[in-house]
Design a protein around this ligand. Structure first.
Ligand SMILES: [Zn+2]
Length: 845
């Protein structure tokens, strides 16, 4: 036996699985027969593999001697293992192990689970589907459920009459049987168990689109197939773009993109059989905002990128999950950027990176990669530090090395390790080999320590001095020795566009020769660090913001706000900087500014709110006046997006009455089907109606949710139920998370309720009272998410109560996220405490 209880012994290992699965959608039971081709490496009499919550009825082996014997099975619930003990020692060599088992199609959104929806006739229909990452394949069939045990899979499904069956491979055979059809799918390439998928249900599929020989389809519940066009377009683009980027053909025979009514994650990269929540796949391009379309394009590209990076080349163990996800995130933006360059997807990714840097500026942040012993240890990895920070660090490396050289390294890595398993360092080694740069030592400094630096810049014409220390919102004098290898791209504003010099800051500080000030040390904006310019350099830099590109301006605003929030700069610096944004038309730069506006709105004393709102109107009114209500033919996509954000801000924090009235009138038009409204205005209109709404609007929202014709429309209303400024309505919303609201959406709604501007405390009281029920109902992986709203509960009593409660009610699956949210709550609370007097004076009526 192996010493590590989480790793299976390697005395017997799998080579091929033949799975025959017979689900019964009425009783929600299934039978599964697994015929395994295994290699017996040593003469043993026991075979140990993973299984949990399934009843194993028999296990029979025929070893290389030809002898066949039955084993006795024992299950270890805690380790999720089964041990088969045979009377006679097995001969080494190839053996065939046949295991028969039964199980339940559960309602836990993992393993083999059921998703339900109500059809047009008001009947509830069931879809049986799978979600196996990270370690839930063992809930459906006995297996070697570790990513390194790759094998091929030949799957057969018993599909009842009138239903559709889908799995990783294309259908190769259909055999009629009583009440249905045995459908056999093509054998997969060697892959890990977490990528296996099979689905049976009343699904419809679009006609296959031929993408250079790969049949591409979308599957969904009947009636929604009209929303598949955009997904097919994105999918075809991604397949071609990625095959070319990686210089390796798509590794499976076909690709199905499947929308499911109940899904715990955004999507799952099962080889050739990618599953999605409906909002991430089905969309009406004429009735959705740019942001909603971008999300669909992102998620599809992300999952298809995994077909190579994750499925073809896979991490050895769960510590590598971060690289899998970070790279797919990097690739999704690269691919979406090529799909619609006018979206400027890399510019808008700066906002997502900004969200990660907020968590990463905490004492309770974590290294991107850390040691993972049990698979549960890796559950904390599915967060912004993996996806957004990880993706941003890869973007930083790409920008520093140059896109071509970076890609050469990626191609080398995939070619070298295809069908295999890797450690993170294998990627750095390949890029290092392709470029001759010290990639491994640079990346180790970003991956194995938490946090990120602030680079202070001093000096001027001729030479600048740069120095690094860790950036932290809450000061800690003990942390002085963190060091990063920081790739700097330095440019003088007098340099021609695109010109910069590279420098690697490895010490505490260093000097860099520059031609003339002002200078930018994070040229192009892709360094994952904050920058603190000396007052002289800062003044020079902001003298003419048009000389900076959009991400550089984003960083200037975001870094200034971060310094204010950390108490490292006076709040006046933020006010002075945003006052210079009158000509700013990039929505991401405004996102950074509105981050500050939204927190201040909450912390300004109620008597001063009118003056604060008036300041918001002065700040944003001229911007909105210049973009106007109407979309101008041929205007840039970014301007269209900006219109929505500025409108939303004016109608809420700005309390702009004329805007609120017009927004409500336009919304009424939409509801009555009177006049078309530009889809990019819709999210803002719904936000404003909720902000100013009462009981009547609340009822209307429910009506819209129940009759929504697209998944986006449904969540647009659903997620804003929690923002109505009324305690009674808020409690009704919370209660609906125990009833009508699908568990996959419950966490978002509860998080929104905790952040409610008038009744957040009541939401907390409700949650603490219903704690056990809520945690049982909401999937484990969303426990951290549902608490996100606590960062807005900044009064001293709430800070104390929430911390005390969570101390006695720990959430094992969200331990790190809980600590981070509590610290963010303290960061906001100390900002409020520190700036209360300044804000009161500034906004005195
Ligand atoms: Zn992913």
């Amino acid at each position: 036996m192996t010493a590590d209880p989480y790793r299976l012994p390697r005395t017997v290992t799998p080579r091929h699985y033949e799975l025959a699965i017979a689900p019964d959608l009425t009783t929600c039971r299934f039978e599964v027969t697994t015929v395994l081709t295994v290699d017996v490496h040593e003469p043993v009499s026991q075979v140990v593999l993973n299984a949990v919550e399934i009843d194993v009825h028999s296990a029979v082996i025929r070893d290389s001697s030809g002898a066949e014997q039955s084993g006795s099975v024992s299950l270890d619930e805690e380790l999720e293992r089964m041990t088969v003990t045979f009377p006679i020692t097995l001969a080494t060599g190839e053996a065939i192990l046949t295991i028969a088992a039964t199980g339940t199609i559960n309602d836990q959104l993992r393993g083999f689970y059921r998703s339900t929806y109500t059809n047009g006739d008001g009947e509830e229909r069931v879809i049986a589907t799978t979600q196996f990452e990270s370690t839930d394949a063992r809930r459906a069939f006995p297996c070697w459920d570790e990513p390194e045990f790759k094998a091929t899979f030949a799957i057969s499904l018993l599909v009842p009459e009138g239903l559709t069956g889908i799995s990783n491979g294309a259908v190769i055979e259909e055999r009629a049987t009583e009440g249905g059809m045995w459908v056999t799918f093509d054998t997969t390439m060697v892959m890990s168990t977490y990528l296996v998928a099979f689905i049976v249900g009343p699904l419809v599929t679009t006609d296959p689109v031929d993408v250079d020989g790969v049949p591409l389809r979308v599957a969904c519940v009947p009636g929604r197939e009209g929303l598949a066009g955009f997904a097919l377009e994105v999918g075809a683009h991604a397949l071609r773009f990625l095959a070319e980027y990686f210089d390796i053909p798509y590794p499976a025979g076909k690709l199905d993109l499947i929308a499911l009514p109940d899904f715990a994650f955004g999507a799952m990269e099962n080889l050739g059989c990618v599953t999605f929540r409906e909002t991430a796949l089905l969309v009406d391009r004429d009735r959705s905002s740019r942001l909603e379309l971008e999300r669909v394009a992102d998620v599809i590209a992300h999952e298809i990128a995994h077909m190579w990076f994750g499925d073809l080349v896979t991490m050895k163990w769960w510590n590598g999950i971060w690289l899998n996800e970070a790279f797919a995130t990097f690739m999704e933006v690269t691919c979406a950027d090529a799909f619609r360059p006018e979206w400027e997807r890399w510019v808008s990714f700066s906002t997502e990176r900004g969200v990660a840097m907020v968590t990463d500026g905490l004492a309770t942040t974590r290294p991107v990669e850390y040691e993972v012993v049990s698979p549960e240890d890796a559950e904390g990895m599915f967060d912004v530090l993996t996806y957004q920070k990880g993706g941003a660090v890869l973007r930083m490396l790409e920008t520093y090395l140059g896109a071509e050289r970076f890609r050469a390294g990626i191609r080398l890595y995939l070619r070298r390790h295809r069908y295999g398993n890797t450690e993170t360092t294998d990627l750095w080694d390949a890029i290092e080999e392709a470029t001759g740069e010290p990639v491994r030592s640079i990346m180790d400094s970003w991956i194995f320590q938490g946090g990120h630096p602030i680079v202070s810049v001093d000096g001027g014409d001729g030479t600048i001095t740069v120095s690094q220390r860790r950036f932290r919102y809450l000061a800690d004098e003990h942390d002085t020795d963190s060091r990063w290898q920081i790739p700097l791209l330095v440019r003088s504003l007098d340099d021609p566009p695109g010109a910069h010099r590279r420098a690697l800051l490895t010490d505490a500080s260093s000097s860099i020769a520059v031609a003339t000030a002002p200078v930018v040390v994070n040229a192009g904006g892709w360094g994952v660090f904050r920058t603190g310019y000396s007052p002289t350099l800062f003044t020079q830099l902001i003298a003419d913001l048009s000389r900076l590109d959009a991400i550089e301006r984003y960083n200037l605003v975001s870094d200034t706000w971060a310094a204010v929030l950390a108490g490292q700069a006076p709040i006046s610096e933020f006010f002075d900087l945003v006052a210079l944004l009158t000509d700013e038309r990039d929505p991401s730069v405004w996102d950074a500014a509105l981050d500050g506006v939204s927190l201040m709105y909450r912390e300004v004393p109620p008597e001063q709110r009118p003056a604060f709102s008036s300041w918001v109107r002065d700040l944003l009114g001229p911007v909105f006046a210049s973009v106007g209500w109407e979309q101008v033919p041929g205007e840039s996509e970014r301007l269209t997006k900006l219109r929505g954000s500025v409108l939303g801000a004016l109608g809420t924090w700005g309390e702009d009455t004329p805007i609120q009235e017009r927004a409500r009138a336009l919304h009424a038009d939409v509801v009555a089907g009177r006049a078309p409204v530009a889809p990019d205005l819709l999210p803002a209109l719904v936000t404003i109606v909720a902000w100013t709404g009462g009981e009547a609007e609340y009822e209307l929202f429910w009506d819209r949710i129940r009759t929504a014709s697209t998944p986006q429309e449904e969540v647009r209303y659903l997620f804003r139920l929690a923002t109505f400024p009324d305690e009674g309505l808020l409690v009704r919303t919370l209660e609906a998370t125990e009833g009508e609201i699908r568990t996959q959406n419950g966490a978002f709604v509860i998080a929104g309720a905790l952040a409610n501007r008038v009744a957040g405390r009541s939401a907390w009281a409700w949650l603490s009272e219903h704690w056990d029920d809520v945690m049982k109902r909401i999937p484990d992986n969303s426990h951290g998410r549902l608490l996100e709203g606590i960062v807005r509960l900044t009064d001293a009593e709430s800070v104390r109560d929430v911390a005390a409660f969570l101390e006695t009610h720990p959430l094992p699956s969200a331990r790190m996220q809980v600590a981070q949210l509590l610290e963010r709550q303290r960061v906001n609370a100390s900002f409020a405490e520190r700036e209360r007097a300044t804000l009161a004076t500034r906004f005195a009526n």
